[in-house]
Ligand binder design. Structure first.
Ligand SMILES: *Cc1c(COP(=O)(O)O)cnc(C)c1O
Length: 402
């Protein structure tokens, strides 16, 4: 039994090893705290791991999504469609550039953007689609890319939940970030995600131009490479003189840089990622087995059994028939908390957020599947450092709800 004042098992948390700490310490003792060799090495290693040509590491995944919008050239009054079942950042990035975030409904099995709904709700001004790999399971990227590209739209996969995972298509394994059905992919390294750099994110692409522009915008749109200079407009004379000090701001960018000590942690965590993913899969299998006979609870479903062994699970989200159970969601969460088990509700459909309702006039009824999912969802603790005792406590606490 938990101690009365012990904080409950959270729904997610980081795993930090002595090797991680050593890696960060080494970076702190080096000459570079930022814009140094750890950043480049992390980008190279991460790109190689997922199978992408370029990786641009940034301050967080929200920044990566914002850069993706800028790089894709999204403009005011163009439309960007994403899943309503996501963290607000997947949609906010469109609003950052003045575009209109919009939503198509989710598939009731995978809780991911539904290709049919995307197609049915397509508008003439839709210029980008941002499918989200909810819980870690990738959306149906080949179908979504087929729909979007035929209509001239860019595809950006928000892979923040699915780092290191993938899917099977036509019998072949494809990794998120390294498959041909996204023009850009983003991952987050926030501590609740699959691997961490504290705060951090990364943008993956095979497109040389996209990568170069993302790099430039990451640091104020400034170019230091003379090959990209266009001049300061000062003709000849002292103002036109160029030297080692020269730089040109070619675009309006940001400070979205990540530090070297964060990337040192990222490199160390990347080595541990396969172990993290494996452990998460084991825990998911344990929960699925333990909960399979509860008729008031639905365990996470996969689109295709062949995919099961390829998914990198971030969340363990169940659907609960609260009326059948005879308890409200708040009561369930309270009961679990009394047993020292934390839980979380992920997600409230983004378009129901007051800012979205005020700004775009969205409201209830827009995406019925996403609303039905929200009404029944609950995410249970899932992270690699969960002990056997804690897994047992979660299972027991849920099983005895009825
Ligand atoms: C966490 C998350 C983000 C944002 O990541 P940050 O690194 O916190 O900015 C974006 N999209 C999804 C789906 C996420 O889960």
């Amino acid at each position: 039994m938990p101690e009365p004042n012990q904080s409950p098992i959270p729904y997610g948390r980081q795993s930090i090893s002595e090797e991680d700490i050593t890696a960060v310490t080494r970076a702190l003792r080096s000459d570079f705290l930022t814009t140094g060799p750890e950043v480049e090495a992390f980008e190279r290693e991460f790109a190689q791991f997922v199978g992408a040509k370029h990786a641009v590491a940034v301050a967080n995944a929200t920044a990566a999504l914002h850069l993706a919008m800028r790089v894709a050239g999204l403009e005011p009054n163009e439309r960007v469609v994403t899943s309503p079942n996501t963290f607000v950042a997947s949609a906010n990035c469109a609003a950052f550039v003045g575009a209109r975030p919009d939503f198509a409904d989710i598939d009731p099995t995978t809780y991911n953007l539904c290709p049919k709904s995307l197609e049915a709700n397509w508008q003439k001004d839709t210029r980008a689609v941002i499918p989200v790999a909810y819980g870690g399971q990738s959306a149906d990227m080949p179908r979504i890319a087929g729909i979007a590209r035929k209509r001239g739209a860019v595809v950006i996969e928000d892979g923040c939940h699915g780092t290191g995972g993938g899917f099977i298509h036509d019998g072949e394994f494809h990794r998120i970030g390294g498959h041909p059905w996204a023009d850009m992919t983003t991952f987050s390294f926030h501590p609740v995600k699959t691997m961490t750099t504290g705060e951090g994110g990364i943008l993956l692409t095979d497109n040389d131009g996209y990568a170069a522009m993302a790099r430039r915008l990451r640091s104020h749109g400034i170019e230091r490479d003379e090959g990209h200079f266009t001049g300061l407009g000062a003709g000849s004379g002292p103002l036109a003189e160029r030297g080692p000090w020269s730089y040109e701001m070619q675009d309006l960018g940001y400070n979205y840089r990540i530090t070297d000590f964060q990337c040192a942690l990222g490199r160390s965590q990347l080595k541990r990622l396969p172990t993290f993913i494996q452990r998460r899969r084991e825990i998911v299998a344990r929960y699925n087995e333990a909960f399979k006979d509860l008729d008031w609870l639905r365990t996470p479903a996969v689109s295709d059994e062949a995919n099961r062994a390829t998914i990198s699970w971030h969340l363990y989200t169940v659907q609960i028939d609260f009326p059948a159970l005879g308890l409200t969601r708040s009561e369930v969460m309270q009961r679990l908390r009394e047993d020292g088990v934390g839980s979380q509700v992920l997600y409230i459909p983004v378009y129901l957020q007051p800012w979205y309702r005020r700004t775009y006039g969205y409201g209830p009824g827009k995406c019925p599947q996403a609303e039905a999912f929200y009404a029944n969802c609950l995410s249970l603790p899932l992270y690699p450092d969960l002990t056997e005792d804690e897994i047992g406590r979660v299972i027991e606490s849920v099983s005895k709800l009825k």
